[in-house]
Design a protein around this ligand. Structure first.
Ligand SMILES: [Zn+2]
Length: 276
């Protein structure tokens, strides 16, 4: 009887040891893999080590990382305008600027809203840390030419593509190759113009976006806050999808002053915020 019990205890002990060894090996292997890919957000989620399951239990970690990752992949081919329901796309052009962009980022963080920034190459060179911050805080980054000088940009096809490509290089010099989004906003807007340039952009894999709603902050210097809010209310109309044009260049102080009320107004109108 006692021999039988001893044998059973030994057998159980060996089982436990083998079990511990297997778990440890899986965990070590998993860690190696995880570290190998930890520089890449896209790959990180494809390697799940048992020790990191707790992160997946944490809803916020899961939501932020999964949504960011899949959005990045999805946006390469799909059109965000086809999302269901009332959507508002806040867009800020011409930045970053050292004084206005940080204030706008603070408001967006406070309101837990993601926006789209169409950047000018020269300003990317001047404020690389703000570009990094925009990206790391989950906002979408787009191309808005290198110089923003209409005469230069629209001189000819060569000049146009040079403006687009040098801005793309500037963004990649800050964000690295993890920046895969190809979205463009024509300085001054395209609407029914620039057919050849549009074709060239599409051939390069770009999506371009004009706007159908605006705060009017480009219609003068220091346009009063109330006027900006009213311009939004008047241009929203009954549109289900609104792409809102705003600017975060250094003279646009009233743009960030009006932003919290604009966000609240759109939320009350039933819009959800999304990025391009
Ligand atoms: Zn612009």
């Amino acid at each position: 009887m006692s021999i039988g019990v001893n044998f059973w205890v030994k057998k159980q002990a060996i089982r436990v040891i083998i079990y511990i060894m297997v778990i440890t090996s899986i965990s070590i292997l998993g860690n190696l893999k995880y570290n190998e890919f930890s520089n890449s957000k896209v790959n990180r989620l494809m390697v799940i080590n048992p020790c990191q399951w707790h992160m997946f239990k944490n809803k916020n970690f899961f939501a932020t990382n999964m949504i960011t990752t899949f959005d990045k992949i999805k946006n390469v081919t799909s059109n965000p305008m086809k999302q269901k329901g009332k959507k508002a796309f806040l867009t800020f052009d011409d930045g970053p600027s050292g004084n206005i962009t940080p204030k706008i980022l603070e408001i967006l963080k406070e309101k837990k809203i993601k926006a789209t920034f169409f950047l000018v190459g020269l300003n990317i060179k001047a404020y690389p840390n703000l570009v990094k911050r925009e990206y790391e805080e989950g906002h979408s980054i787009g191309n808005h030419s290198y110089t923003h000088e209409y005469k230069k940009i629209y001189a000819n096809m060569n000049s146009f593509l040079n403006e687009v490509n040098s801005t793309d290089s500037a963004i990649k010099s800050v964000l690295g190759d993890k920046y895969i989004k190809k979205i463009f906003r024509f300085p001054g807007g395209a609407f029914d113009r620039y057919g050849d340039y549009k074709k060239a952009l599409k051939a390069e894999g770009y999506q371009f976006y004009d706007w159908n709603c605006l705060n009017g902050d480009a219609e003068g210097l220091n346009v009063p806050k109330e006027k900006l809010i009213n311009r939004i209310k008047n241009t929203v109309g009954n549109q289900e999808k609104i792409i809102i044009l705003m600017h975060d260049m250094e003279t646009k102080k009233t743009t960030y002053e009006a932003l919290p009320e604009i966000i609240d107004y759109l939320t009350n109108q039933g819009y959800e915020f999304a990025t391009l």
